[in-house]
Design a protein around this ligand. Structure first.
Ligand code: ADP
Ligand code: MG
Length: 962
């Protein structure tokens, strides 16, 4: 079984260098060695735990005119002169050993000029062991009890590792031990070099805390020296000829199938303890020293590489044996490198071939420097320059550390001696530059699927087994002498077999017989043993098969468990996801709740505002209503006041005018008297003119109105005239005032006067002469137009269509200011049996029955008189006139007769009926109501109350329309 593992230069199997994204810089530490004597000039000063300062030595400053200044260099950590080996190990090497145990590779090298303490740091001295012995000690302290038997792991020649069963390993061990002429004995260890002994004091021992106990470990060490760009195996067992020493054979570097570099044919020694490892190391050291002496080499010019390779494989499910699976074998390695002195060749007094060699050595350090520079540039600038690893063996060997993964640490050793100043500056520069190079961090190995604690369980099982066997009387031991004696006693005793007589023929046959019996018993016992052995074997086989079944069952369970684990893991991630989601949702809900709260608050405040506004509005409305009422009150008051005022003024005016009239009358009387006097008759003394009072004026007016007026209309008193004019302007239907008194204008004259002002055919739509203007007006206008009539107490009800317009005419003798009696239920009055005053002026043409209504129960008058009016309830005026078409038109102006408070009569006009004859050939709207249906109309009128004339109702309908 072959396991291809890490070679000298490690790289994960099949891994590409870019697979790991995490990178760490090369850890660079600085160690300052103490000065040999206090007289020496010191040029290095430790400023802090990470920084040192270099001062140019006095001589150098003088030579270069103070050109050199103090320079500071920082490192991951600086170890001062008093740093112990243990402290250095704790900080620098211990983590690397820990990594090694956890299957990670590491590279640790010391760098510096010769004499700066590289070897001291790496190897140390007796009592002050360096990093190497301490690393080995820690490693074995950690894995000690878990080590595999020797030869279980076996290096192949191709940088791989083989694994074999413990039985095969035992056989190989026996074979090799038999080959060795002098077997290893503890006494050989006692012969160790004195320098090697007591490198580490026992109290300084340390170990890794987290070792996988369910693994088996093996440690292999190799030790090579690179000198003059040649690789020498320091552990090679070559026969050494002290008389004619042969130069050692140099080794070559090879690349394994995983492209890892390794030294082909290099000896790898399996070591089982710290001491053994020391011994191997020291063997190499000795060989190195001898070679250097014999070949006249300078040891400071060689690089030494001590590699600790740790192989580990997990135990099987029982925890008893190593799992025979090459894929589970893991190899990690830690390279401890003591580099050659970094000083330039001029410093050493080398000459000839040694100078050339030294040049080569220097060349390898130069290559190391170049490699670091190119690496740094590639990493920092993203360039892809080729790193010249192949230019020297050292860099080539460690190529995979920088290209692959691992932990790289460098200890820069400085001698503060002023003589080393210039070299030290170069070392510092290199060290600072190296710090900027990054190396991929090694990744953790996956954990085996087998359950943990297998070794522990197996041990516990073994302990328990041995305890129980001891309880049963102990294990059967074939070597037990008591058991053997018992067995011997059970056999037939041997007879005495001494032959004293040559003729004795009984002793031998007896002996033969006993021996035969014994032989027989032996045979029987053998058969029995075989039988038992067979039974045991079958039992064992059965047990084995059971175990196998259990194993497979366990394996199944394990795989199920793994699946379940996976499911659990998935569910856990799902739960985490959901938890996150729920958290975000909660957060959102929180925000929404807050927003809702804010909005609700807004709503409340707005509602409050609304309420307050509503209240204010209500208040304002109430206030306005109050104001309106108050204003209405004020208006009514003012109106009343003004009405009174107007009345008062009118009366005053009347009085004044009457006075004037009276004065004129008086003058006239006086004039008359003068005239009569002058004509002979003595004139009566005129009555003393009396100033008319309001009361008297009324009586006087009554009296005066009884006498006929010399001027029927124009000579009317001015107040009447004014009033009439006023009415004419305001009222389109000036009430004609038929009265018993002739001083008042006749109804006909009123009508004609009105018609003159409002010609009948002035509007094309005026088919109803009585309501020509009102028809074209809005009801509001009609309303305002009749306001005068209403003020006089006439009733106007626009909302009662059956009620016609009522025009008032005060026929009260002498007094027109008294309000007329309100007309009540005109229809009921006209229902029949009423008496009519039929006023037919004498000027009317006698048309006989044509266009004349027949009104029964009527008093026919040519002029209205009080007597006739007092007897009747109704009044009708027949008015003839010439229409625009030349035809005679008869208008029946109807009204109700009322008694006035003053004892007079008043007519209130209610209706105007027009009767007209027209030629049927002339199409006209008027003709319908006139000639064509004339007789029928007339007949109608005879039976119906005159109010309901078609024209008037039509007019009425028109008025209602808007
Ligand atoms: P290098 O290997 O760099 O040439 P060495 O390790 O051989 O140098 O050191 C030279 C000498 O200095 C040795 O004798 C060593 O014991 C001594 N030395 C070096 N470093 C220290 C130290 N830190 N403490 C005490 N002695 C030291
Ligand atoms: Mg050295």
């Amino acid at each position: 079984m072959l396991k291809t593992s890490k070679g000298k230069t490690p790289r994960r199997n099949g891994q590409k260098k870019a697979s790991n994204t995490e990178r760490d810089p090369v850890g660079v530490y600085c160690r300052i060695r103490p000065l040999i004597s206090e007289d020496e000039e010191c040029c290095v000063e430790m400023i802090s735990s990470t920084t040192i300062q270099l001062h140019a030595p006095d001589g150098l400053k003088a030579n270069r005119n103070g050109e050199y200044k103090e320079t500071q260099y920082s490192f991951k950590k600086v170890f001062g002169v008093n740093t112990t080996q243990m402290e250095l190990f704790e900080d620098v090497a211990k983590p690397l050993v820990d990594d090694l145990i956890h299957c990670k590779n590491g590279l640790l090298f010391t760098y510096g000029v010769t004499g700066s303490g590289k070897t001291y740091t790496m190897t140390g001295s007796p009592g002050e062991g360096g990093l190497l012995p301490r690393s080995l000690d820690m490693l074995f302290n950690s894995i000690g009890p878990f080590q595999a038997k020797r030869y279980v792991f076996k290096p192949d020649d191709k940088n791989g590792m083989e694994i074999q069963s413990q039985v095969d390993a035992l056989l190989e061990r026996q074979k090799r031990e038999s080959q060795q002429s002098v077997p290893k004995t503890p006494s050989s260890r006692q012969k160790a070099d004195p320098e090697f002994a007591d490198m580490i004091s026992p109290d300084e021992a340390c170990k890794s805390e987290s070792v996988d106990e369910d693994c088996c470990f093996s440690v292999f060490v190799s030790y090579i020296e690179i000198y003059n760009n040649y690789i020498y195996d320091l552990l090679e067992d070559a026969p050494f000829d002290p008389i004619r020493p042969k130069p050692p054979q140099s080794k070559v570097l090879r690349e394994d199938q995983n492209h890892n570099m390794y030294v082909a044919g290099c000896t790898e020694v399996e070591v089982k303890s710290t001491e053994e490892a020391f011994e191997v190391f020291w063997k190499g050291q000795k060989k190195r020293r001898i070679a250097n002496t014999q070949l006249n080499r300078e040891s400071s010019r060689s690089h030494s590489v001590f590699t600790v390779k740790l192989v580990q494989a997990p135990l099987d499910a029982d925890g008893d044996h190593i799992l025979q699976d090459k894929n589970q074998v893991n190899v990690s390695q830690l390279c401890l490198v003591d580099l050659a002195g970094s000083e330039r060749t001029s410093r050493t007094r080398a000459e000839g071939s040694r100078l050339r060699e030294a040049g080569n050595i220097n060349q390898s350090l130069m290559t190391l420097r170049t490699c670091m520079e190119v690496l740094r540039e590639n990493q920092m600038c993203g360039t892809n320059k080729m790193v010249p690893y192949r230019d020297s063996k050292v860099t080539h060997l460690f190529k995979n550390y920088f290209d692959g993964e691992g932990k790289v640490r460098m200890i820069v050793c400085v001698n503060p001696n002023a003589d080393d100043y210039e070299e030290s500056v170069l070392v510092m520069r290199f060290a600072e530059m190296t710090q900027e190079v990054e190396v991929a961090r090694p990744v953790d190995r996956p954990i085996y699927s087998l359950p943990a604690g297998r070794r522990h369980k197996n041990q516990a099982f073994k302990d328990e087994l041995s305890r129980r066997l001891a309880e049963r009387g102990g294990p059967v031991n074939a070597d037990d002498p008591g058991l053997l004696n018992q067995l011997l006693e059970s056999l037939p005793a041997l007879p005495p077999c001494e032959l004293v007589d040559p003729t004795d023929d009984q002793t031998l046959p007896r002996l033969i017989e006993v021996l035969e019996r014994r032989q027989h018993i032996r045979q029987m016992m053998k058969e029995q043993f075989n039988q038992t052995a067979n039974t045991l074997q079958s039992m064992l086989q059965q047990f084995n098969s059971q175990l196998g079944a259990k194993d497979t069952f366990l394996h199944d369970q394990q795989s199920k468990l793994n699946e379940k684990d996976k499911v659990i893991l998935n569910q856990r991630t799902e739960i985490e996801r959901l938890e996150k989601k729920s958290k975000t949702l909660e957060y959102k809900i929180d925000i929404l709740q807050k927003t809702t709260g804010m909005y609700e608050q807004d709503k409340r405040s707005l509602q409050q505002e609304l309420e307050s506004r509503e209240q204010r509005l209500q208040r304002e409305l109430a206030e306005r209503r109050r104001m309106e009422q108050r204003m209405q009150g004020v208006v009514t008051d003012t109106k009343l006041k003004w009405e009174k005022e107007c009345e008062r003024r009118v009366n005053a005016k009347q009085l004044e005018l009457q006075n004037k009239l009276w004065v004129k009358d008086e003058k006239l009387k006086q004039l008359k008297a003068i005239v009569t006097e002058s004509s002979g008759a003595p004139a009566e003394r005129p009555e003393k003119p009396e100033r008319p009072s309001r009361e008297r004026d009324r009586n006087h007016a009554q009296k005066r109105s009884a006498s006929p007026s010399p001027l029927p209309e124009s000579s009317q008193n001015p107040s009447h005239k004014n009033q009439a004019r006023h009415k004419a302007v305001q009222d389109p239907y000036p009430a004609p005032a038929p009265s018993t008194s002739s001083s008042f204008p006749s109804v006909a004259s009123c009508i004609s006067d009105w018609e003159q002002r409002n010609p009948l055919d002035s509007g094309s739509q005026s088919g109803i002469p009585g309501t020509p203007q009102c028809r074209s007006r809005t009801p509001a206008q009609c309303y305002s137009a009749s306001s005068v009539g209403r003020r006089r107490g006439q009733r106007w009800a626009p909302d009662t269509p059956a009620t016609p317009i009522v025009y008032g005419l005060d026929i009260e003798a002498g007094t027109r200011t008294a309000p007329p009696v309100r007309p009540m239920h005109r229809r009921s009055h006209s229902a029949g049996g009423e008496k009519w005053v039929d006023h037919k002026p004498p000027s009317n043409l006698d048309l006989d029955t044509v266009m004349q209504p027949i009104i029964p129960n009527s008093i026919k008058v040519s002029a209205p008189n009080e007597k006739a009016l007092s007897k009747c309830h109704k009044y009708v005026l027949r008015h003839q006139e010439l229409a625009s078409d030349g035809e005679i038109e008869t208008k029946l102006i109807k009204g109700n007769v009322f008694k006035t408070r003053g004892g007079g009569q008043a007519v209130q006009f209610t209706d105007i009926e027009t009767l007209k004859q027209e030629c049927p050939t002339a199409p006209s709207r008027k003709r319908r109501s006139g000639s064509a249906e004339g007789p029928a109309q007339i007949e109608d009128l005879e039976n119906k109350p005159p109010v309901m004339s078609s024209s008037s109702s039509h007019a009425y309908q028109k008025r209602r329309k808007p």
